[in-house]
Design a protein around this ligand. Structure first.
Ligand code: FAD
Length: 429
């Protein structure tokens, strides 16, 4: 075992980098090794389906830190060499990478993120069938969209979640025809309110995107090894020059399983980001955490967002340096679909009342969601001031009178009022 309690962080994405950064900010001076699977330094993933894909951002705009920052902070970044095996006991352990490198550690953080759900249908391996998670995926997709755009081609997106809709908007902007095939009855159904799903359905159709709901892809057809169409379970076929499979992501838990850690759809962690061995911390997309947000509803949740990866990493760092504090940061999220900017704060769950502020057809409006008379979440389209006000209010445990909120001429920040004493609306357990 190493003489110093060296920290190994597996996964050089947002959570991994933030964990290393937070350790340094907390005054930890022990060696840190940050091991990544991708060939590049940690970068901001959201632009892959937005500015980077649209060509308005380059890699230099989205990489988090230059090489000298790692040197200055004594963080040994090891890219392009994933950890393949790992063993540990209470004192520490040893990991081996794909190239055969052995890394001893005293403390361990797993920040392995998530992997795209696989579409298991015939034709999945045809050329022109892609998914999107990494920079390399985004580069491939950009090339395919450029190729298809030049010949009046069509992108078919399988899956109407955030990534699918963002890529659909980017492809329309590049002049492609676009179709979306979504298995459920509404877009974004897993994470947003039905009212917001309806809005996005209408908005994408207004932008000449064909959206089909309640259909699943049963086969991808092709000629000479290249995709030409998507056959749906209603026996129709949509012609395709490029297909993006965007049907969700699953937590990467292989290493946690090797370590014998409890896994339940994600690495099971407590409120301090500690895995079931009480020593390893796990952060971000790869975890399943106790739900601190839904009042009275016990259970666990997975969150896939940059806010969560960052805030959860800070919780894990505090745990590693022996100053644990329970994780309860307010979840927030955003999505840019072409010219539409969505900002969400809080979690849409067990909502019993929704107030619409503004007119959705203007593409600038806010949905305020209530449970038992108290504000729990807001979905803001083109209304950044509302988002800022609600985010601040929910963080402080405040609420907004639903009747007063319907008048968009009154700034929401003026309507914030204290919630029940001592309780935070967003994070009551
Ligand atoms: C296209 C796209 C758009 C998105 N848009 C938004 C958005 O608009 N807003 C938002 O909030 N969130 C968005 N997200 C989600 C957000 O990027 C993730 O929630 C966030 O990056 C999670 O951070 P993480 O550290 O948990 O995982 P990641 O950032 O995914 O990092 C995990 C890293 O671990 C590596 N890894 C895995 N296994 C190993 C191993 N064995 N050894 C070494 N390395 C390993 C992976 O290759 C990866 O680089 C988007 C994601 C994608 C893919």
């Amino acid at each position: 075992m190493p003489s110093e309690p060296a920290t190994l962080i597996v996964g050089a994405g947002q959570g991994g980098l933030e964990l290393a950064t937070a350790l340094r900010e907390l005054g930890d001076t022990d060696p840190i090794t940050l091991v990544g699977e991708e060939a590049v330094a940690p970068y901001d993933r959201p632009p892959l389906s937005k500015g980077y894909l649209a060509g308005t951002q380059q890699f230099s705009d989205i990489v988090f830190r230059p090489p000298e920052w790692f040197r200055e902070h004594d963080i040994d970044l090891v890219p392009d060499d994933p950890v393949v095996t790992i063993q540990r006991d209470r004192q520490g352990g040893i990991a081996t990478t794909r190239s055969g490198r052995s890394i001893e550690f005293g403390r361990l953080g797993l920040t392995t993120g998530s992997v795209n759900r696989h579409l298991d249908v015939p034709g999945r391996d045809l050329d022109g069938v892609l998914d999107l998670r990494s920079l390399a995926d985004a580069d491939r997709l950009s090339r395919e969209l450029a190729r298809a755009g030049g010949s009046g081609g069509r992108l078919v997106v399988i899956g109407g979640g955030f990534i699918g809709l963002e890529v659909a908007a980017a492809a329309r902007a590049k002049g492609l025809e676009v179709s979306i095939a979504e298995a459920t009855g509404r877009l974004l159904g897993r994470v947003v309110s039905p009212q917001l799903s309806d809005f996005y359905l209408a908005a994408h159709r207004r932008r000449s995107v064909e959206v089909r709901l309640g259909v699943t892809a049963s086969r991808l057809t092709g000629t000479d090894g290249r995709v030409t169409g998507v056959e749906l379970d209603d026996n129709t076929v949509i012609e395709a020059s490029v297909v993006l499979v965007a049907i969700g992501a699953i937590a990467r838990t292989e290493l946690a399983e090797q370590l014998g850690l409890e896994v339940d759809g994600g690495i099971v962690v407590d409120e301090h980001a500690r895995a079931s061995d009480g020593a390893t911390v796990a952060v971000g997309d790869c975890t399943s955490l106790p739900n601190p947000y839904t009042r009275g509803t016990p259970g666990r949740l997975r969150l896939e967002s940059t806010q969560h990866a960052s805030d959860h990493a800070r919780t894990a760092a505090a745990t590693l340096v022996g100053r644990p504090a329970a994780y309860a940061d307010l979840p927030w999220f955003w999505s840019d679909q072409g010219d539409l900017r969505l900002q969400i704060s809080g979690l849409y769950a067990d909502v019993d009342r929704t107030v619409v502020r503004g007119e959705p057809t203007t593409e600038r409006f806010t949905l305020l969601h209530y449970r038992n008379g108290l504000l729990v979440a807001a979905e803001c389209v083109g209304t950044p001031a509302d988002h800022v006000a609600v985010k601040r209010g929910l963080t402080k445990g405040m609420t907004i009178d639903p009747e007063a909120a319907t008048d968009p001429s009154v700034p929401l920040k003026r309507l914030l009022q204290p919630g029940p004493s001592g309780a935070s609306r967003a994070i009551e357990g």
